[in-house]
Design a protein. Sequence first.
Length: 253
Amino acid sequence: MPKISAVIITMNEEVLVERCLRSLDGVADEIVVVDSYSTDSTEAICKKYNVRFVQHPFNSFKDQKNYAVSLASHKFILSLDADEALSEELRNSLIQTKNNLKFDGYFFNRLSNYCGQWIKHSAWYPDKQLRLFNSEKGNWGPLNVHESFEMENGSHIGKLKGDLLHWPCTSQNELSEKINNYSDIAAKDFYNAGKKAYFFTPLLHMIWRFILTYIIHFGFLDGHSGYIVCSAGAYSSYLKYSKLRKLYRKEKE
């Protein structure tokens, strides 16, 4: 039977990481945690689960994840974030798939929780993620926010039943803080890639994002929480392009 290495990156994740680690029982033959020098009890919690715990400076999400993959003993990787956990259905799918890993990579849906409510529409679901893969067939990239594992051309991809459960934030303030931080990183990615933004670009992207997620993708069916996450996503789009324009203005100065 092929073996699977689970890899997780952490930074002060004492609240969430234990749930992630518990969900890997029976799935992972090895767990590698790459930590960005946490100052809380993340390390102590991880070591209760017999993980390989390595500390490494954080440069970017994609770099940290590629580094974590490089430490794994097995070529098949299950990559999770500390704020994620396998649902029971997905865990069972993974256990069954270990007997016959016939694809190079596997997608599954991610279901996210906002302040206690599972968000089942908008851009939050189904949020298809490629998280089980043959590490010899690709790498993490290209962006530093919403990074994804990019498989080589010709790779064969399957899909597993069950959801990857995700707890991205516990309050509206935490959501706003993440949007601000991630929009900084995204704007720099766009700038480094030479992407342009005109004076009308931020507003157009914000309006279109809200229409797409709240109306076309039925975000309104998630009630007040759906409105909040769709509005936050729209504002995030505005910030990314607004900050990109600021970077170009700085360049001219």
